[in-house]
Ligand binder design. Structure first.
Ligand code: PCA
Length: 191
């Protein structure tokens, strides 16, 4: 089975993004899944296009995208993505959309098709703080999650997203990279 797992490049003035650091640190195989790792730009539309294209090319069975949510203290599987762009800061291409749909005329929201509750429980069982989140925001992470779910709606390809906290040298609250990586691994083991 093939899992496309993505992390983001840094944005908003940060030097690193824990999402990509953790994805890079994962083994190549977890359980029945062979991992295919992809680093995405923090750019509206482009991140989603790249992820969809790679998932199609691989014929991936599942897609798990990871991103940073600075200020959160727990690893948070996202329950839902909404059809809205409303950027608080420009993305890495300088785009700052406000009050725009991601896909005009498409559904208002999609629920993750990965087992978010099992993922959260598995992360907690590994002694790492985890909570379900009911908002992936309205920035590039939500854009990516929504676009994956919209593209693969009605197919067997399951998609989801998890936000992770800062690394210790980036801000507070934070989690060490080993814990963030272990959380992602625990989540993948439930897929
Ligand atoms: N976090 C941002 C985009 C890239 C990332 O890692 C977000 O939460 O939208």
């Amino acid at each position: 089975m093939k899992l496309l797992i993505t992390g983001f490049e840094p944005f908003g003035g940060d030097a690193v993004n824990p999402s990509w650091e953790a994805v890079q640190a994962l083994p190549e195989q977890i359980g029945q899944y062979q991992l295919h790792k992809l680093r995405l730009p923090v750019v509206f539309g482009k991140a989603a296009e790249m992820a969809v294209a790679e998932a199609e090319r691989l014929q991936a069975d599942a897609v798990l995208a990871i991103g940073l949510a600075g200020g959160r203290r727990a690893v948070t599987p996202e329950v839902v993505a909404i059809n809205l762009r409303d950027a608080g800061i420009p993305d890495n291409a300088g785009l700052q959309p406000h009050d725009e749909p991601i896909a005009p005329g498409a559904p208002a929201a999609y629920f993750a098709t990965l087992p978010v509750r099992a993922m959260k429980d598995a992360i907690r069982a590994a002694d790492i703080p985890a909570m379900l989140s009911y908002s992936a925001g309205v920035y590039v992470c939500n854009d990516l999650m929504y676009s994956l779910l919209h593209h693969f709606a009605g197919t067997q390809v399951r998609c989801g997203f998890m936000h992770v906290p800062y690394l210790p040298d980036m801000g507070t609250p934070s989690l060490p990279l080993e814990k963030i990586t272990a959380a992602v691994k625990a989540a993948v083991e439930t897929l």
